[in-house]
Write a protein that binds this ligand. Structure first.
Ligand code: ADP
Ligand code: MG
Length: 627
């Protein structure tokens, strides 16, 4: 009989995986058991809608059998089974190339376990097996099929007989070598540990033969007589963790549960275990990961919680119960009020689900606020991982719910150089400070050197460092925090009154002369030239006026090179700076040279504002000429 080849991609993937993708090969058992459990769920689900299936929950289970003499480990289930076509599709095609890309882009040492969701879990069994035989009979069918493969070189499918519906996965273990003792997986003790570790909350019994060495009946302490007995025993505790009382669950148990269910090797940053009774009754077990999922910012990333109804999985990822802002949260919701026979479409209109979603949203927000006020260090770690995501959500599409999240975001402030909440910033504002100031830029050091920073510091005002592009969008969306408007330090009007110096008419005329000269020289390059009220030691600076900021202009240029979004350019001159005086006198004696000065000053102001001069060559020439 002809051997079918795995699809080419599959072959490469299989090689890769068997050799490197899993850091712990012991997880093969988890994968095979999970598949069995999935198959049981499917059959149970079928029984709810189809009376001919004729099984009840109690009938369903998984058994593990170890045959030491033949080095064979078998995992059997009486789940839904597979017909020939399903065998072809499910076990004949491994994964699409996206997965391969993922793997190829992985860090060499990355401790990645994220496999199950790629439809490759089954193949992990090849890490320990030289041959795998799958004997399976589909629910509702008489013919059984036997799928067999020794790995990368393909598989065969033949007809065979099987008394009962379900699937046997028969793994012939690889030969032991000096370093690799595959036979350990035939060991009772190892099997029990692996089941406990990875599959304890599988809701179907996982049974295995267990050997006991016990005193015989009639044996006395004086005259001991032992015997070895064997009996099938259920290895897993089955009761879902979330159904147990919070007080009885250790941190370690939560962490283990999280790691094995949500494909992370780090313990979660925060566990939220909530039970609600009332309009809708539900339990939710939520986790905030301590690291960002590798695909968090990828297009295919899907937020959502697992949805259970009375412990039966209805949906693996229900997006509707989790608000976009908290898309980084993972976990599950279990509610007896959700009907089992629901489809994705019906779920969207489910009133119960909306109530659950609202309640979950409020809870997550409350827990984050609590962490922020009670454990700032932890919150900062969280914020470092997901703060940007929060801000994105606030800014995206000018989210009307942005206000709800305003207390969760933080920025570094110029005085304290550490993250502060907006409330903390506003509380620290001197009474007369009119705005919440912010500077935009890549580095705090550069922002500190902004000419405007000095004036604010003199006044005892802090400003916030906006180091990420999204920050300014957030400020625009919020517009105000506690009645205080956000204002960029690049704005020409910082709302600060400085005492006007008493100038003689002559002095005023002289100043205006310089201003007009500079404006005429620069023409359309600037919209205005003004005498600055904010500069202390710098000669010039560039301000942006009310509209678009320089950062936004740059942002849109990057996104779209022919972007028409431009910020207004206002050149501010410092009348107290020696350069100003020099400009005035040169204007009289050598207008050509003074014009060069004006051009150079504009470029300087641009550079400080983070804007590349339109013509750097010309700037260089001007400088050389002067030298
Ligand atoms: P995944 O579980 O992520 O879908 P796997 O590689 O683990 O990927 O399994 C591939 C598919 O093979 C499963 O989705 C399922 O359809 C089928 N399958 C695997 N094991 C069984 C089983 N014991 N009973 C029925 N179907 C199974
Ligand atoms: Mg699987």
């Amino acid at each position: 009989m002809a051997k079918k080849q795995f699809k080419a991609e599959s072959k490469r993937l299989l090689d890769l995986m068997i050799n490197s993708i899993y850091t712990h090969r012991e997880i093969f058992l988890r994968e095979i058991i999970s598949n069995a459990s999935d198959a049981l769920d499917k059959r149970y689900y079928a029984s709810l809608t189809d009376s001919t299936v004729g099984v009840s929950r109690e009938d369903l289970g998984i058994t593990i059998a170890a045959d030491k003499s033949n080095r064979v480990l078998t995992v059997s289930d009486n789940g839904i089974g597979m017909n020939k076509e399903e065998l072809e599709n499910n076990l004949g095609v491994i994964a699409k190339s996206g997965t391969l890309n993922f793997k190829q882009n992985l860090d060499q040492d990355a401790d990645i376990n994220a496999i199950g969701q790629f439809g490759v879990g089954f193949y992990s069994a090849f890490m320990v097996s030289s041959k795998i035989t799958v004997i399976t009979r589909r629910q509702g069918e008489e013919t059984a099929y036997c799928w067999e493969s020794t790995g990368a070189d393909g598989y065969t499918i033949t007809e065979c007989t099987k008394e009962t519906v379900g699937t046997d996965v028969i793994m012939s273990l690889k030969e032991d070598t000096e370093d690799d003792k595959y036979s350990e997986y035939l060991d009772e003790y190892t099997i029990r540990n692996l089941v406990k570790k990875f599959s304890d909350y599988i809701r179907y019994p996982i049974s295995s033969m267990v050997t006991k060495y016990e005193p015989k009946a009639g044996s006395t302490p004086e005259n001991p007589d032992f015997e070895t007995t064997e009996a099938m025993e259920v290895l897993n505790s089955m009761v879902p963790l979330w159904k147990r009382s919070k007080n009885d669950i250790t941190e370690e148990e939560y962490a283990t549960f999280y790691r094995s269910n949500f494909m992370d090797y780090m313990p979660p940053r925060k566990v939220i275990h909530m039970s609600v009774e009332g309009q809708v009754t539900f339990t939710a077990l939520l986790f905030i990961p301590s690291q960002m999922p590798y695909d968090f910012y990828m297009k295919d990333f899907e937020k959502g919680l697992k949805l259970y109804s009375n412990g039966v999985l209805i949906m693996d990822k229900c997006g509707d119960v989790l608000p976009e802002a908290f898309r980084f949260v993972c976990g599950l919701v279990d509610s007896p009020d959700l009907s089992l026979n629901i489809s994705r479409e019906m779920l969207q209109h489910d009133r119960q689900l909306k109530i659950i979603a609202k309640s979950i949203e409020r809870k997550i927000k409350a827990e984050l606020s609590k962490m922020q006020s009670e454990n700032r260090e932890e919150y900062e770690l969280f914020y470092g991982t997901f703060g940007k995501s929060l801000k994105f959500q606030m800014a995206s599409g000018f989210n009307p719910q942005a206000k709800d999240l305003e207390d969760l975001i933080m920025f570094s402030s110029s005085k304290e150089k550490k993250l502060v909440t907006l409330a903390e910033y506003v509380d620290a504002m001197p009474d007369e400070q009119p705005y919440i100031y912010y500077a935009t830029g890549d580095s705090m050091v550069a922002m500190d050197r902004l000419p405007q920073a000095e004036l604010l510091a003199d006044k005892g005002y802090q400003f916030l460092y906006f180091t990420e592009e999204v920050d300014e969008f957030v400020a625009r969306v919020l517009d105000k925090y506690k009645e205080k408007e956000f204002r960029s330090v690049n704005n020409d009007d910082l709302g600060i009154t400085v005492e006007e110096k008493d100038l003689t008419e002559d002095q005023k005329t002289a100043q205006n002369g310089v201003v007009n000269f500079v404006k005429e020289t620069l023409g359309d390059l600037v919209s205005q030239v003004i005498i600055s009220k904010k500069l202390k030691t710098s000669a010039v600076c560039l301000s942006a006026g009310e509209g678009v900021s320089f950062e936004m202009e740059r942002y849109f240029k990057q996104a779209q090179p022919d972007s028409q979004v431009v910020a207004e350019r206002i050149l501010e001159l410092n009348p107290d700076h020696p350069v100003f005086e020099k400009l005035g006198s040169t204007m009289m004696s050598d207008p050509v040279k003074a014009a060069d000065y004006a051009k150079i000053l504009l470029v300087q102001a641009q550079l400080m504002a983070g804007i590349m001069p339109e013509d750097p060559q010309n700037y260089a020439d001007l400088i050389c000429k002067l030298m």
